[in-house]
Design a protein around this ligand. Structure first.
Ligand code: HMG
Ligand code: MG
Length: 307
């Protein structure tokens, strides 16, 4: 299959990236990060979560963040909502899209939320109905789609099953998420070959964490399957509390460098993303783990030292 000519990058750093930071990141820093990302041209930014602050204290200021950002017209600002209470928060914050999530691994579902996959998705029914009534987009995220920290291998049929359940709820977009970053390109292609039989290819995305360094290879494999929506986190922000040593999402700068090299259009300015990655890494005192980001920053610094 020929590679897509254009790709939508969903920047998830402000939510998936920051949610794991131990020290509270101030609301002002979160807002500045999102504003910088909006200015860089992202069509979709996952900006906040409306979840229990007991579970994810870092996301407790979602309402303030959503109220403080400068929205770029036409861009989609998404928020995570685990229940109706979260949906009410999303509605009040004028979110453009809500994100619901369910695991493809039965062991993960049981250990983390103490119920089966089917039961967990049933709980989203009233939420999905409410979103439809208010004309808000819904995205379903299928976690552990390429592997599970508890059961290891996740059957492709289980991924297909969750995709079908999310489709029945009326999801506009569905993410194939490698939550712990264990997937490899062969498996990635196998999963997309199967799920594209039950949900439109153009509304499927790839959400790859980079623990084993396979995320860019998995993105390339997904591109070969005609997938044209990818999630990425500026400066590679993030980690996963469920797998020791698991890292954040693939770094946005690295994905953009790959796509630019392939001549695939994104509408996003890589230099502005590199600057946003430098801003957030410095602001929270964290190593920037984007290879392309670090290389481009070093190049800019050596050029300005020579000038
Ligand atoms: P629970 O403790 O079982 O539920 O949590 P609860 O109903 O007993 O609520 C506990 C407390 O939270 C109560 O407060 C509620 O009022 C409050 P208290 O009475 O004790 O003072 N509460 C809320 N507060 C604000 N907003 C809400 C909300 N709901 C309840 N929406 C619950 C159940 C689902 C709420 C909890 O487990 C939760 O919030 N989970 C979300 C966890 C989360 O955000 N995880 C990370 C996102 S998933 C992810 O990152 C994967 C993804 O990136 C894809 C991938 O990589 O795979 C998407
Ligand atoms: Mg994730």
């Amino acid at each position: 299959m020929t590679l897509p000519a254009t790709v939508k990058i969903v920047e998830v750093g402000p939510r998936d990236g920051l949610q794991n930071e131990k020290e509270f990141v101030s609301t002002a820093i979160k807002i500045e990060l999102i504003d910088r990302l909006s200015a860089a041209g992202f069509p979709n930014i996952e900006a906040a979560s409306f979840v229990s602050p007991k579970w994810v204290p870092q996301m407790a200021d979602g309402a303030e963040v959503m109220a403080g950002i400068a929205r770029r017209p036409g861009a989609i600002y998404s928020v995570l909502t685990p229940n109706l209470r979260g949906f009410e928060g999303a509605l009040a914050a004028r979110a453009d899209e809500i994100v619901i999530f369910g695991a493809a691994s039965e062991a993960f579902s049981q250990k983390n939320i103490n119920c089966s996959i089917a039961e967990s998705i049933e709980r989203f029914v009233p939420l999905a109905q409410a979103a439809k009534e208010h004309g808000i987009r819904i995205r379903g995220s299928v976690s552990c789609a390429l592997g599970c920290p508890y059961q290891g291998e996740v059957p492709v049929a289980s991924v297909v099953d969750v995709v079908e359940r999310f489709a029945a709820l009326g999801c506009d977009e569905i993410d194939i998420a490698d939550t712990i970053g264990v997937g490899t390109p062969g498996r990635t292609r196998e999963v997309y070959e199967a799920v594209t039989k039950v949900f439109p290819r153009e509304r499927l995305s790839g959400h790859f964490h980079d623990t084993y360094g396979q995320a860019l290879a998995n993105i390339y494999a997904a591109l070969q399957e005609g997938i044209a929506i990818f999630h990425a986190s500026v400066a590679g922000l993030g980690g996963c509390p469920y797998a020791k040593g698991a890292t954040g999402n693939v770094a946005t700068e690295d994905v953009l460098y790959l796509l630019n090299g392939l001549g695939i259009q994104t509408g996003i300015d890589l230099n502005q993303v590199v600057a946003a990655g430098d801003f957030i890494s410095t602001a929270i005192g964290r190593n920037n783990v984007s290879r392309a980001g670090k290389a481009l920053l070093a190049k800019q610094r050596s050029e300005s030292a020579c000038a």
